[in-house]
Design a protein around this ligand. Structure first.
Ligand SMILES: [Ca+2]
Ligand SMILES: [Ca+2]
Ligand SMILES: [Ca+2]
Ligand SMILES: [Ca+2]
Length: 417
């Protein structure tokens, strides 16, 4: 999808899955990220899920092609792990609120990124004719190879029967995430800031949320549909089930407090804001809960967020069937204009989108969290984080709130209204 050009320049990748958006920067990957995370928004599936923890698999892959990560090792030999907390309240569905607590890691950490399929879930090609080698018409499964740069770049290691680093299920999040999550917190409690009234307790879940990552071709939809998709689950703290129906108040500030096993009390506050509003999409019609859009309709969908922020998550999932969706696109939009409603305005243009039904989620993000994701500042710049421990020390990450709305869109050919 082509968002308007001027907006495109202000978009930053984020992962929808997280239930929140997250920074991809680490100490090491700043330079590398800057060339990948602010690309113009064009119509393509999100092949590389830019991710939230200090190190992204994608970054590992992209930099190993050009330089040796080990060259950096000396610069970080005194590096100490620390906590990084990314927390997001969901005011539309409180049960979807997540507090992620991870230990920072480096891409130089070869104990994590060892190039080996440690858990044995990589699947070789299907040798249907049993001739001991991969033939063009045989499924590759995970043995898809590593795409080489350039228009004529082939796939190294494709169909070779070997789990090569960079292929699905090798050093992926399934292997890495359990090693960085901190599931040991003593307590995670949310209160209303002013009254200190108890709101909810959060508890650890290994499946606090998920996101989809695609591998393989960046080509047209016909090619993309054969790509390997992997659904990754991540752990975090979620509201205990008895609090899943809690309703947060727009304009109310909440404080969350975490207690670690070594007695650190870490807290942060955020104010809940209203969801996106004033959706407008000229030339479209509505059937039940679905907006019908002709692919020849070049009009933009526009909407506003509340004045408190100019950050809005835009998420598109393909609807594959009842209760079955697949991540198609997700990004953080940043409004740079205010329209005549006096509110930040976001235009999105969907020209060129493949026919089909999509679920679209628009979610206003509290400013501090949006800025945490969007800012060009180093993750180490402690201005970004609103987490503090009981001694006033800054803890990496951010705590914010989001207010999503969702609806369905069906893109139809002009002859098929
Ligand atoms: Ca064969
Ligand atoms: Ca291979
Ligand atoms: Ca594996
Ligand atoms: Ca591994």
């Amino acid at each position: 999808m082509n968002l308007k050009k001027y907006l495109s320049a202000y978009l930053v990748n984020f992962t929808h899955a997280f239930g929140s958006i997250s920074r991809v920067r680490s100490d090491l990957d700043l330079e590398i990220v800057s060339s990948t995370s602010k690309h113009p928004l064009v119509l393509q599936r999100r092949y590389q899920s830019i991710f939230l923890i200090p190190v992204s698999i994608f970054l590992v892959q992209s930099c190993t092609e050009e330089l040796s990560i080990a060259d950096f090792a000396d610069a970080f030999k005194n590096y100490e792990q620390e906590l990084r907390i990314e927390g997001m309240l969901n005011s539309t569905d409180f049960s979807q609120s997540v507090i992620r607590v991870d230990n920072t890691i480096l891409v130089t950490d070869t104990s994590l990124f060892n190039g080996i399929d440690d858990n044995g879930d990589w699947v070789t090609y299907s040798d249907l004719n049993e001739n001991g080698e991969w033939d063009e018409d045989e499924p590759l499964n995970d043995d898809i190879g590593i795409k080489q740069h350039g228009p004529n770049g082939g796939y190294e290691g494709r169909g070779n029967g070997i789990a090569d680093p960079g292929e699905p299920h090798v050093d992926d999040y399934i292997e890495i995430l359990p090693l960085i999550h901190d599931s040991t917190l003593v307590s995670v409690i949310l209160r209303e800031t002013e009254s200190q009234a108890f709101v909810a307790e959060f508890v650890w879940s290994w499946q606090a949320g998920y996101w989809d990552e695609g591998f393989g071709s960046h080509g047209p939809p016909s090619e993309i549909k054969d790509a390997t998709f992997v659904r990754y689950y991540y752990g975090g703290y979620i509201p205990k089930s008895e609090y899943s129906q809690v309703e947060l108040g727009v304009g109310t500030e909440y404080t969350i407090e975490l207690e670690t096993t070594d007695g650190r009390i870490i807290s942060a506050s955020t104010t809940v804001l209203a969801p996106p509003l004033n959706l407008l999409w000229p030339g479209t019609s509505t059937q039940a809960d679905t907006i019908i859009v002709s692919t020849e309709n070049y009009a933009s969908l526009t909407w506003n967020t509340p004045i408190e922020t100019n950050f809005c998550g835009v998420i598109m999932d393909e609807v594959l069937g009842t209760d079955s969706t697949q991540g198609f696109y997700s990004n953080l939009a940043v409004a740079i204009d205010i329209d005549d409603t006096g509110l930040p305005v976001y235009p999105a243009n969907f020209v060129g989108i493949p026919l089909g039904i999509y679920r679209i989620i628009l979610e206003s993000y509290s400013y501090n969290y949006g800025n945490y994701v969007y800012s060009g500042l180093s993750l180490r710049d402690r201005e970004l984080s609103n987490w503090r421990d009981q001694s006033g020390n800054v803890v990496l990450g951010a705590f914010g709130a989001k207010s999503p709305i969702e609806f369905y869109v069906r893109f139809v050919a002009p002859s098929d209204p």
